[in-house]
Design a protein around this ligand. Structure first.
Ligand code: SF4
Length: 74
């Protein structure tokens, strides 16, 4: 049976929430009997949910500003 988990792949300071935040990847690990490699099926920011609650446009990971990615410089 395959398993999935979220792994932090980058960390950076975010001025929007004034703290370090993580870019996380959702990784699917295949069943042991299959020869497949783990696959990344999605990404998220560790603070995106709380970030969206304050009503301000922020970044690509919050879905409110596709032109700004705080993790692109890391
Ligand atoms: S979603 Fe973007 S703006 Fe919001 S906390 Fe994460 S990196 Fe910062």
């Amino acid at each position: 049976m395959s398993t999935t988990n979220w792994q932090t792949i980058k960390v950076c300071w975010c001025d929007h929430v004034s703290k370090d935040v993580g870019l996380e990847a959702n990784v699917v690990f295949p069943a042991d009997i299959l020869p497949d490699e783990p696959r990344v099926i999605g990404h998220r920011c560790s603070e995106a949910f709380a970030c969206n609650l304050d009503g301000r446009a922020s970044c690509i990971w919050a879905g409110t500003n596709p032109t700004f990615d705080p993790f692109s410089a890391v």
